[in-house]
Design a protein around this ligand. Structure first.
Ligand SMILES: Nc1ncnc2c1ncn2[C@@H]1O[C@H](COP(=O)(O)OP(=O)(O)OP(=O)(O)O)[C@@H](O)[C@H]1O
Length: 678
């Protein structure tokens, strides 16, 4: 009876390794589980019922992609169905001629026209099949390309807030499977169309031959169709319940090969540790594969047995019909062939409907993503940004991340006059980076206003506003392209030769970095490609600075330069030089705002704002804030004290880690023999 009940979700046996690594059964919620119920409700009937809608969606996509190719596929598939029906009729004529009266020679002679017709039909059929394959081959990549382009364009045009929203990220994750599924839906649709037409053709011929043959055909094919559907359901449910665990073991496997983990993998002995956990997790996934294979074998065996019984009943019925004179031998011969090809078509059709349904779940995610992305897209249009502004100002700005209880910015007001350098300091998590995102127009405050001159940012055309902002953040993008493009990409629409970029290279002090590269600015900075060069963190920061200069120098309109922790990887000399260069970027048409924890870089700023837990705690020049002896002065003094001569730091007298359990664990005698420090 277990074969006929619903396919149920079985909670996977989680390995000890997974508990140890992740603290329990892993729930990597990708949104896949949203399919679960759709699928589990799937019966053959509901799959067939949803067929017209699914086919309609796919055909619409294909129609937009290439109408001529779609028409060619449809015509050739219908042609193949017709050819199958005519082929069966030709077989029937051959049977009649073979089993008719007359001498063997006369009968062979009578067979010839039927045989020639069957051969001709076979040739036409294969030509049509070839045509269909080639046109579908044209259609599939175009549909996939259109769906991929839609996906990428939608992902790149949403608000930053959407990208940082975990729910939206999950949708982005799951929708990535949509384009490939849309492509596969084309072939599944073509195959389903082919199956339907050949089935209608065969059914028509069988009904003409004898009315009892059609129900018999259905009886033979139904168990195989049921078996195919059940196996697919079990596979899908298994994938759904195991996906997190398979991903987890893949994640562990990847960590062993990743460059970023390579040092700890070796020095801390993480390699053998993770490898053993990977093996244990993979073993439990293998057990599931084995269970699935056994279940598939049993289901297919039951389906084959039921289909065999129906086949025996069909042949028995035909035998009785022949014996009672209700069916000729020729009809029976044709019926045997038709039943065989018809049951194969029906079985294939069920599988294709099945696949169509499975793929449509992912295509549905894709369109759900497109709808959601359109809802959360950065709005197009808006007022023009004034070319000349005296200042950019924040007035009582509050920003709240959706999943946080407390605001990251709470009633912050500040002013950035053109031509000035403003510094923002504060402890970790005080809201500095959030403030920079609000200033850049990447995040829109829930209350308060950002003003460009007298214009409110909320009313401005955001794409135009972005053109007036230059960004240099600590985790700026290290694009896997040439050194030249890594600079030019600061304003990619602006064409530039290497000589045009030279001032930016010189400005950033990146000359020695470029000189060291094998092909100068032409060198590829992408370690994953052969022949590419790699830069150190500090060298990259100089390239980043050159990019910022390029962006700033290619716009004459008033704008803002946002610099967030630009010098973290620079050596002391380069850091001093970098702060000096950043200050020099403040021009009559540019306001520079600088976020840093290096207090030495802040002291020359025209105005300094101190943030504390999202609120503005202090503001003023360096001298004013030092005189006020508040937070700023405390931070400055704490850093300055690091460089002041200090009394000798005492050495610890006892080990900071517990003793190993036994001397053999330590690999050396423990405790070490007492020695006289003197
Ligand atoms: N994407 C986000 N989603 C939710 N909360 C966030 C997000 N980014 C930052 N926060 C929270 O907002 C607060 C301010 O973060 P922000 O990154 O602006 O601080 P910061 O001053 O730049 O810190 P740091 O000096 O460490 O870079 C923190 O409590 C942080 O946890």
């Amino acid at each position: 009876m277990r074969f006929f009940g619903r396919v149920r979700m079985v909670q996977p046996q989680v390995s000890d390794a997974e508990r140890e690594l992740f603290g329990g059964p892993l729930r990597y919620d990708t949104g896949w589980s949203e399919h679960q119920h759709a699928w589990l409700d799937l019966t053959m009937l509901s799959a067939l019922r949803s067929m017209p809608r699914l086919v309609g969606t796919t055909l619409r996509m294909a129609w937009e992609a290439d109408r001529r190719a779609l028409l060619a596929v449809t015509v050739s598939e219908i042609g193949q169905g017709g050819a199958a029906a005519v082929g069966l009729l030709a077989v029937n004529a051959v049977m009649h001629a073979l089993l008719g009266s007359g001498t063997a020679g006369q009968r062979l002679h009578a067979v010839l026209p039927g045989l020639l017709a069957a051969a001709g039909i076979a040739v036409v059929n294969s030509a049509l099949a070839g045509w269909s394959t080639s046109r579908a081959g044209r259609l599939e990549p175009v549909v996939e390309r259109i769906a991929t382009t839609q996906y990428l364009a939608a992902a790149a045009s949403v608000e930053l807030e959407a990208i940082e929203d975990p729910d939206f990220r999950r949708l982005v994750d799951v929708a990535q499977y949509g384009p490939a599924s849309a492509r596969r839906m084309i072939s599944a649709c073509v195959a389903a169309l082919n199956g339907t037409i050949s089935l209608i053709a065969t059914a028509g011929v069988l009904t003409v031959l004898h009315p009892v043959l059609l129900p018999m055909l259905i009886l033979i094919a139904a168990p195989r169709g049921w078996g195919a559907m059940r196996v697919a359901q079990e596979r899908y449910v298994s994938v759904m319940s195991w996906i997190e665990h398979v991903r987890a073991s893949r994640l562990i496997g990847n960590l062993l090969t990743e460059r970023s983990a390579a040092q700890e993998v070796r020095v801390h002995g993480v390699g053998p540790f993770l490898l053993s956990r990977y093996e244990r997790m993979a073993e439990s996934a293998e057990a599931e594969q084995e269970r699935l294979a056994s279940s598939k074998a049993a289901t297919e065996w039951v389906a084959a047995a039921m289909s065999g019984l129906a086949m025996a009943a069909t042949y028995g019925t035909m035998f009785l019909l022949i014996m009672s004179g209700h069916m000729s031998l020729a009809v029976a011969g044709t019926a045997v062939i038709a039943v065989r090809s018809g049951s194969a078509s029906l079985g294939a059709l069920v599988m294709n409907v099945n696949q169509l349904h499975e793929e449509s779940l992912y295509v549905r995610d894709h369109s759900r993503f497109l709808d959601e992305a359109a809802r959360r897209a950065i709005p197009l249009g808006g007022d023009a940004v004034p070319t000349r502004v005296k200042q950019v100002a924040l007035d009582q700005v509050t920003y709240h991340y959706p999943d946080r209880d407390t605001p990251a910015l709470d009633g912050v007001s500040l002013t950035l006059p053109m031509g000035s350098v403003t510094a923002v300091v504060g402890e970790n998590g005080s809201g500095k980076s959030t403030l920079m995102k609000v200033l850049s127009g990447l995040l829109l405050p829930q209350s308060g206003t950002v003003l460009w001159g007298a214009a409110e940012m909320a009313a401005l055309d955001r794409s135009r506003l972005f053109e007036r902002v230059a960004l240099l953040t600590q985790d700026f993008q290290r694009w896997p392209v040439t050194a030249a493009l890594n600079i030019r990409i600061g304003r990619p629409v602006h064409e530039a030769g290497h000589e045009d970029l030279q001032p930016s290279v010189d400005y950033a002090g990146a000359g020695p970095v470029v000189d060291k590269l094998p092909d100068g600015l032409r060198s590829l900075l992408a370690r994953m490609f052969r022949g590419a060069s790699e830069l150190s963190g500090g060298e990259w920061q100089k390239i980043g600075l050159a990019r910022t200069h390029w962006r700033s120098s290619t716009s004459a309109a008033d704008g803002v330069l946002v610099v967030d922790e630009p010098t973290s990887a620079l050596d002391p000399e380069a850091e001093i030089a970098a702060f000096d260069r950043i200050r020099r970027l403040a021009a009559p048409n540019r306001a520079v705002v600088l976020v840093t924890h290096r207090m030495s870089g802040v002291r020359h700023a025209d105005r300094i704002y101190v943030l504390h837990r999202g609120r503005l705690a202090e503001q003023g020049s360096h001298d004013e804030l030092m005189a006020a002896r508040g937070r700023y002065a405390a931070m400055f003094d704490a850093q300055a004290a690091q460089y002041a001569p200090a009394p000798t730091v005492p050495h610890p007298t006892s080990p900071a880690v517990p003793h190993p359990a036994s001397p053999s664990d330590a690999g050396a005698a423990w405790p070490p023999p007492a020695t006289d420090p003197a």
